[in-house]
Design a protein. Sequence first.
Length: 223
Amino acid sequence: MYKAEAIEAAPICDRVMKYMLSVSPTRGRPGADLRTAIGDFLVNAEVLIQNDLAGPPIDEIFELARLTGISQQRMGWVRAVAVKEPTPKTIGAALIKNSLIHFSLATEARIIANTTYVSYQEVEALKSNMNAAFDPMEEIAADEMDQEVYQALVALHASVIFYLVETQRPLPRMLRYRFFETLPSLVLAYKLYSDAGRADELRTENKIVHPAFMRLTGRALSN
């Protein structure tokens, strides 16, 4: 990569990775490893990028972020920061920007695969969000006639959605309920589920302050 491209690309890495560090859990050994890896990379970013050696350390940084326990949502924020970077003027900087987005998507996919979901609606929203994240990057790869990247993105996209569909299938749906009098959570749980032991679940889902006074309308799982 030419020096001018590396000069433009390095600040993109700086902004995205510093943001990643700000939203990642940084306690303990995983957090220390992430801070060290990002610091070492940013000090040498321009040289690494110019010599086409940035790929492995960037890959390691995203994996270390995953190991800190960063959530899919927060990694999505990191991706959004990269997406919002102004369109680079040089090809090399554009490649770095797109690579940061690709690494974010791959890391999100790994986080999703290791997450247990309990809400049908949560998975439905995640499917929509991931479709919206993958689609523009696939279009960019297709427009640039980068067949290898395009095929990799399409394959990863399909795998994520398939996994979410299979995960979603057995999950209970969230439904709305309505009663005509204020009931305690124990009574409401028994009426809805024939199980008063699920009162705390209803209270948490509907953000109720006092369990003796449930709202007339609210949300409950279908089973």
